[in-house]
Design a protein around this ligand. Structure first.
Ligand SMILES: Cc1cc2nc3c(=O)[nH]c(=O)nc-3n(C[C@H](O)[C@H](O)[C@H](O)COP(=O)(O)OP(=O)(O)OC[C@H]3O[C@@H](n4cnc5c(N)ncnc54)[C@H](O)[C@@H]3O)c2cc1C
Length: 455
């Protein structure tokens, strides 16, 4: 069956020589099908790498005409590895990678296959920036269109709120500009409506940032976290500047487990930035401090060096209104009990600032000040997977049971793990019916079936 489909695909590709083709027999196939989550080892029918909008259009028209299932793959960092599906054609977008800055320098059009680091680097060379995530190899569009938390979110908002335009392939394989209605869907549920060729996003003048990690004494890691959060809440109550962002993190080194914060100050008033970074540094006993003036691309490259390339396992997440003393105690317990694999990680992002306010032009649901918890139950080797996942499941459940109105009903799709089937309501909350209606309107024949989320 797959032989017949491959023969048909090859006949189509003969007429489209610009589209790169990686069949299962290619020596490149194993590495090209690989994703960050190695635990999912699906084998696609084949991988195609379109080089242009016309190529993507031709592939979608062909796949539709032959009723061939296909997926869209960019950075391959979907937490469950859903960009590759057994027996489906994988459309690898990574060749469609460009950044075109508008002449007024207020917006940039960014290719649908570009990776995070390239966005930061290309804008950075021009003294410009837009909100980005923390890891260089994540796909920019995949990050931005589902939410897009990162160190510039408090200042300028989530990735999703930067999107002001998009070019897509529709269910007939035609290249279209997204209208306002479709843009609303793309801002939160982007993957549902077809391959995104490019997004136009807001950009801001920013050459360098004050950024790095502050690691706290972690002998009693639970106490360090509890103490930090008590102090941080006081700072928050007295008012934090929007240029300051903080992400808490717990990770394993070969010899020990560490608790710390990743800090970014995003304005060129570095004196003021140092004042605020110092206030954060005072919330614990410092064992290392790498905060310095640098560009975002270099900062991101350093983060990338600390992230394992391939993992086994799954992630869990919760959105919390506050890190209450009870929550801090639960977190303290689970970070003490955390398995020691380098891929097992816990992290807390905070959303405050412009994106934490209600918005009518987006289906992203969690619009209030909150903490987004990343519980990464992963391991670098398959043998440790069970232990890491069990830790993650137990941790998430303990938080759930602590409830009392502190846990928000919606969860961030990009960190919501696999063993509980994605509930659309849990992702989109009160926007769910609108997402379903948009899907019906813009993909009436359900051409885009293997999407994130899956409907
Ligand atoms: C190590 C790591 C770090 C992360 N850091 C952050 C972070 O700091 N902040 C945050 O908010 N999230 C973060 N995430 C989550 C990440 O943003 C999402 O998983 C994102 O969707 C990954 O995009 P990708 O292109 O790399 O993944 P892929 O697996 O290639 O794509 C994921 C899905 O997105 C869709 N898709 C991708 N590109 C396109 C396109 N051009 N057109 C249409 N659909 C497309 C497809 O449906 C695909 O199945 C992180 C994930 C990992 C694994």
């Amino acid at each position: 069956m797959s032989d017949t489909r491959l023969a048909s695909l090859e006949a189509f590709l003969d007429g489209h020589p610009t589209i790169k083709y990686i069949p299962p027999s290619s020596p490149d196939y194993p590495s090209k099908r690989e994703q960050w989550n190695t635990g999912r080892s699906d084998t696609p029918l084949a991988i195609v790498q379109p080089q242009s909008a016309a190529d993507v259009s031709a592939v979608v028209k062909y796949a539709k005409s032959q009723n061939i299932d296909f997926t869209i793959r960019t950075g391959g960092h979907n937490i469950d590895g859903k960009a590759i599906v057994e027996g489906a054609l994988a459309i690898d977008m990574r060749a469609i990678a460009f950044v075109n800055i508008a002449t007024d320098r207020q917006a940039a059009t960014i290719g649908g296959g570009i990776l995070m680091q390239d966005v930061a680097t290309k804008l950075g060379h021009e003294g410009l920036a837009t909100p980005v995530g923390t890891v260089p190899s994540v796909g920019y569009v995949g990050w931005a269109m589902y939410g897009g938390y990162g160190p510039l979110s408090a200042h300028w908002g989530l990735g999703v709120d930067q999107i002001i335009g998009a070019t897509m392939i529709n269910g007939d394989g035609e290249v279209i500009k997204a209208d306002e209605k479709l843009l609303k869907g793309i801002r939160g549920a982007g993957g549902l409506f077809g391959p995104i060729l490019d997004v136009t996003v807001k950009i801001y003048p920013l050459k360098n940032v004050l950024a790095g990690a502050i690691l706290f004494d972690s002998k009693d890691i639970a106490k360090s976290l509890v103490d930090y959060n008590v102090g941080y809440q006081k700072l928050l109550d007295s008012g934090l500047p929007s240029e300051l962002s903080v992400q808490q993190m717990v990770f394993n080194t070969p010899t020990t487990r560490l608790y710390g914060i990743s800090v970014m100050w995003s304005s060129d008033d570095f004196e003021r930035g140092r004042f605020w970074v110092e206030k954060l540094a005072c919330l614990g006993i410092i064992i290392a401090n790498t905060v310095s003036i640098r560009n975002i691309s270099d900062w991101m490259a350093d983060n990338g060096a600390a992230v394992p390339l391939n993992v086994y396992g799954s992630a869990r997440t919760h959105n919390l209104r506050q890190i209450t003393p009870q929550v801090a105690e639960i977190i303290g317990h689970y970070i003490t009990e955390m398995p020691s694999n380098p891929a097992t990680v816990f992290s807390i992002h905070q959303l405050r600032g412009p994106s934490a306010a209600p918005k009518q032009n987006s289906v992203f649901a969690t619009r209030e000040l909150h903490y987004m918890l990343e519980i990464l139950g992963y391991a670098t080797v398959a043998e440790d997977r069970g232990k890491a996942e069990k830790w993650g499941v137990d941790f998430a459940r303990a938080l759930e049971e602590s409830g009392e109105g502190n846990i928000l009903p919606t969860r961030y799709i990009s960190l919501d793990g696999s063993d509980e089937a994605h509930s659309i309501t849990r992702i989109f909350g009160s926007n769910t019916q609108e997402v379903l209606a948009l899907k019906k309107e813009y993909d009436p024949n359900h051409v885009f079936r293997l999407t994130v989320p899956s409907l």
